[in-house]
Design a protein around this ligand. Structure first.
Ligand SMILES: [Zn+2]
Ligand SMILES: [Zn+2]
Length: 110
């Protein structure tokens, strides 16, 4: 069972760019500013164990994306230029981080 909303068909993250674009199988064109991706890094080191996802303001250098790899068909692992690579972003989580015009308009307080 593959929900097309949680299945990327293309990932564009040109070196040096500050935004990664992900096309999803349901036709949604996802837009992911690196400040958002890094700030919402889901790893325990960034989020602690409070259970509540919080935004950690990244520095400039922390917004440089070094590498993207897929994990088990359900997530992306992002490696940042500063060596941070413990964040595993499930496709479901990524959909919630989307900042395209449509999603940004729908997200309250954002
Ligand atoms: Zn992290
Ligand atoms: Zn969106």
């Amino acid at each position: 069972m593959k929900d097309p909303r949680f299945k990327p068909t293309a990932i564009r993250s040109p070196r040096g760019a500050r935004t990664t674009e992900i096309d999803w199988a349901d036709g949604h064109k996802g837009v992911y500013p690196h400040a958002v991706l890094r700030g919402y890094c889901p790893c325990a080191g960034c989020q602690g164990h409070s259970g509540e996802i919080k935004f950690v303001e990244p520095t400039d250098a922390q917004q440089e994306l070094e590498d993207i790899t897929t994990v088990g068909g359900y997530a992306l692992a992002l490696t940042w230029f500063d060596g941070h690579d413990s964040g595993i972003y499930s496709y479901k989580y990524l959909r919630s981080l989307c900042r395209c015009a449509e999603c940004a308009a729908a997200a309250p307080g954002n």
